[in-house]
Every structure is written in C-alpha cells, then in structure tokens.
Design a protein around this ligand. Structure first.
Ligand code: ZN
Length: 571
C-alpha cells in the first residue's frame, strides 16, 4: 500500500507541477501569458515592480520587471542608478526564449525562499524586448533548434534584427531600450540567446567584452575575478562554462575566435557605457529545459558573485568612467590577430561522410564520440586605426535624427544660441563602399576614408557642441568619428552630403574656362598635363570642363563634407 501511495504522490506532483515550476518544461509563454503572469506576481508581491517602459514597433509596450527596488518608480530608478544593478534582456530574438523562462524561475524561487534582499543588487529584467517577434509565433522558424514547442520570430514587426539596431535605432524598441538602460545605468548587463553553429558538449557558452576595448579596471575585474569565479562555482553544479564558439574554420579543430562585440549589438552598446556585459548563448541542439536550467544557473551565479563584489564593481566602474575621459587616443577598426593561445575544449569527433541524397560530403558530428582536447584560441584583437581625441565635436543643428539619438543616449552637449565663427576640422568623404543589397534596412558604408581639412566654420543657432570629457565619451567617438565601424556616417545618416546639388551647362561653361585657367597657373599646368597624358580626357568635353569646374570657385565647397566637425585641443 505504501508503495502505491508513493507512486500516486509522484503522479500527483507530476500532474500538478508541485515542486517543479511550470517554466521548467518544454514550453515558453507567449507575450500575453508572460505579461499577465508578471502582473499577477507583482500584484501579490509589492517587492516585484513591473513597469511599462515605452512602445515597441508592434504597438504593445515593452515592460521592465524590477526586484529589490523601492516600490516607487522614482525611488526605484534612483536606487538602481546609485547602487549595484544587473539588467537582463530577454527575447531580443524571440525564437531564443530561454532567458524568459530562466527569469521566471528565478523570480518564483526568490519569492518562495522568502524574498531575501541581503546584499542583493537591484535586479531588472526585460521580460520580452522584441514584442513584434513574440507575437509572430510558430514551431518552425528555428529549423535546427530542440524546443520549446512554440516560440516567436527573430525579426520584429518591421522585420528588423533588433540585435543590430542599437546605434542606428530604426525601431521604437531601441528608443525604449535606451530609456531603460540609462534610467538604470546597469553595472552588469546580460543579453540571453540561443546559438547556431557547431556541435559540442557545452549547454551554455558566453560572449564577454573584447578585452582590448575595455578600461583596465573592468578588464581586470571581469577576466581576473568574475569569469574564473563563476566558472569555478558553476563546475560544482556540473555546468561547464565556455566562451562562445566562433569558428575560425569549418570545425572547432581549426580553432575558435573571440567575438568582436561591435556597438550595434546589445552587449557592445552596453560596453560603451562601461557596463560589464555578456551575451549568453545556449546550444540549439540541447533540450529546451536543459538550456533554461543553464541560463538560470549562469544568471544565479552572476547574482551571487555580484552580492559578494558590490564594492569592487562600483569602484572599478568609477575608475573606468574616469579612464575613458583621460584617454588621448580613440582606437577603432579592431581586427582579429593571427596570434593564438590554446584552450581546453569538450567537443564531438566529426567526419565528412557522403550524403545519400546530395551525393556530396557533409559535416557530421558524432555525439557518441565526445573528446576533450586543446584547440587554438584566437583571442587577441588589434586596432587598425586610432584618432587623437578632440576637445569638442560640432554637429550641425539640422541633423535632428542624430541630435535626438545623442540626447536619448545621455550625451551632454551645449546648444549654440548665437552666430559665431570657429576653426574646426572638417571630414570630407574620400572613399566609401556601399553594398548592392541592404543590410538591416541600410546600405551600410564600409572601407571608409576621409580627408581632414581645417576650415573656418560659421556656427549657427541650433548647432551643438559636444565636449568629449564626459562619461559617454566612448559612445560619442564610436558614433561621431565617421570611420569607426558603427559610426552614424556608416549607417547612412549623412548620405545627402554625398551628392552634388549644382552643375553647369557645357555650352555656357566652356566660355568661362579661358578666364579660369589664366587666373590659376597651377590649375592650367595640371590641365595641360592631363590632356597630354589621358586619352579619354582629351576626347571628352565633359571630363575637361568638370575637371576645371571642380577646381574653380563655382564648385560647391560643401560637397562630400559631413555636417560634423572636430575641434582639437589647442593647449
Ligand atoms: Zn540570438
């Protein structure tokens, strides 16, 4: 009788989910279920605050759930800014919803365990960032993924990948994120994902900030303390923590590379403001409940580590904020170095058997043959460019889209009220390449080069003057310096300056060239030389006239000149 009673109890518990959270199964809530659940939790537990933070492109709001706040919106955000705060972002790619479930489980256990707040940082999580993608559910858009039963879509309602949108900010979601991010000023930021790519034994891999871009105090804290500590702690829970498997070749045998967390990505964006940032990538082939558990454990360990290290986190961030303002050079265009280290890797043997349908060799990972061996680790980046940091930047007041983005990113600037003339360095676009097909709604420019010229510039009311000695300095350089990887120039904000507005009629201008050439002997010599050596030039009236026109007073001086300038330190 005893045995059958026990069996009944087990069955009962299994049926009704006692002892186990309903978020630990193979399902993930949709947007309505998720928000309804959090509303109910926050109603029952005043320690859990739920805020509507702003719109998404879809129309429905983006929420923020805050634990260990002050139960008052003003005081809560004030506390977050002043004290240690962790921000966790979920479902930027709603096909990868592991973080949603992990946060719900964490919240459930925290409540069940008596809502302990001893040394607890402020914990804020965005339950679902890509609302439009959450509303577009299916069981098929992640062809290679092992659960959950149903999930959302990667693109948002405008088909944007929001994890490329943090600088260009095409989506309303990005503006809402900015508001959340700067209202909290998080010390630690985590963006939860599920990976594609090679097969290996790890359930969870992480991307941490590119070392070379970090302030020394934060680099030391993350690579010397945080990562070794939580790797060790997670091992006691039988979870191996490993860096994201960014392949150098076709398989892990050729090595893995550190990830270049450009500002367009959530974690790259957060890094610009000296937040300690991670992207969590669980492995697509591992079952959803295992992935959720791993995401939970990583988050829980990060929270535990933060509890113990609050003082050193605050101190290291303050040092980093000063460090960015002390820099003489801004380094950018980072490239992976060929220099490599080794790393112990737990993979699966692979082979290339012939496939019966394609008749071609296919890559096959053999899960019955796990291995552990050293593989090459390319974890060093070198900056290809750098600039001397100016004292100020000037942005033309007509660039409202840019100025608005600077404003919502907490950039301090002064708006010019009266006309005056100053000496500035102007950027003239020399070379740039635009792709044939759009990338995230843009024909993003690359291979950028500029000619820098000192000019006298007439400041007008509405122009803005941005001092570079401020906490947001890294963000400012990254978007304003036109040759930086994710500059506003590269994202097409200044394309209208890349086109001439006026031309000439050949039959009129041809009568002016004698006078122009006579008044400019150097130009005359260049013209004669070119005519002598260049056959197409010799045979084209247009080419000859344009050559003279482009070097005459009639040519528009603002052609290719960007509406941004720098003022160097003249000490
Ligand atoms: Zn993702």
């Amino acid at each position: 009788m005893k045995i059958s009673a026990c069996a009944f109890l087990i069955l009962f518990c299994f049926q009704f989910g006692y002892g186990q959270s309903k978020w630990e199964g193979n399902t993930s809530p949709n947007y309505e279920e998720l928000i309804a659940h959090l509303k109910a939790v926050s109603k029952e537990n005043p320690e859990v605050e739920l805020y509507e933070m702003g719109p998404s492109d879809y129309g429905l709001p983006i929420y923020l759930c805050v634990i260990n706040g002050e139960r008052d919106s003003l005081k809560t955000f004030d506390k977050a800014k002043k004290e240690t705060t962790i921000l966790i972002n979920n479902a930027i790619h709603p096909g990868e919803p592991d973080g949603i479930n992990a946060c719900l489980i964490w919240l459930e256990r925290w409540i069940k365990n008596g809502k302990q707040t001893d040394n607890l940082p402020v914990i804020a999580f965005i339950p679902a960032y890509n609302v439009g993608g959450m509303m577009n559910r299916s069981s098929t858009s992640r062809a290679n993924q092992n659960g959950p039963e149903e999930y959302g879509f990667r693109g948002n309602s405008r088909n944007l990948d929001l994890n490329r949108d943090f600088i260009k900010m095409d989506s309303e979601n990005a503006f809402t994120f900015c508001k959340i991010f700067h209202a909290l000023n998080p010390d630690i930021f985590v963006d939860n994902h599920v990976s594609n790519g090679a097969d290996y034994q790890y359930v969870l891999t992480y991307i941490s900030q590119m070392k070379e871009r970090m302030a020394p105090s934060l680099r030391k804290l993350v690579y010397g303390n945080l990562l070794p500590s939580i790797t060790k702690e997670l091992r006691t829970k039988k979870l191996d923590l490993f860096p994201y498997v960014e392949l150098k070749g076709e398989t892990p045998n050729e090595g893995i590379a550190a990830f270049n967390d450009l500002p367009r990505y959530a974690m790259g964006y957060a890094s610009l403001f000296n937040s300690i940032s991670f992207t969590v990538e669980t492995h697509m082939l591992k079952p959803f409940p295992d992935r959720v558990k791993a995401t939970y454990e990583f988050m829980d360990e990060l929270i535990n580590w933060t509890k113990i290290n609050r003082k050193v986190i605050e101190l290291s961030r303050r040092k980093a904020d000063l460090w960015v303002q002390d820099q003489k050079l801004f380094r950018f265009n980072y490239q992976l170095s060929e220099e490599k280290d080794s790393i112990n890797f737990k993979g699966f043997e692979h082979a290339f058997p012939e496939h019966e349908i394609t008749g071609l060799k296919r890559l096959f990972y053999d899960r019955t043959k796990p291995y552990e061996r050293m593989i090459p680790h390319f974890n060093k980046y070198v900056n290809r460019d750098s600039i001397l940091i100016p004292q100020f930047y000037v942005v033309g007041g007509q660039e409202k889209e840019v100025i608005n983005r600077l404003k919502v990113n907490n950039v301090f600037f002064k708006t010019i009220q009266t006309d005056s003339t100053i000496l500035v360095t102007a950027f003239f676009a020399k070379n740039y390449k635009s792709p044939e097909k759009p990338y995230e709604g843009h024909f993003k420019h690359s291979e950028l080069s500029f000619e820098l010229k000192e000019i006298s510039y007439s400041l007008k009311p509405g122009d803005i003057l941005i001092p570079t000695k401020q906490k947001s300095a890294n963000f400012i350089h990254s978007v304003i310096q036109p040759s930086a990887e994710d500059s506003y120039f590269s994202w097409n904000f200044f394309d209208s300056y890349l086109q001439e507005k006026e031309y000439f009629s050949n039959y009129v201008f041809v009568d002016k060239i004698a006078e122009i050439l006579e008044s400019n002997p150097q130009l005359k010599n260049e013209y004669i030389e070119r005519k002598k050596n260049d056959e197409s030039f010799r045979n084209s009236e247009w080419e000859q006239l344009y050559f003279i026109y482009s070097k005459s007073k009639y040519f528009e001086p603002s052609f290719m000149r960007l509406p941004i300038f720098q003022v160097l330190n003249r000490k």
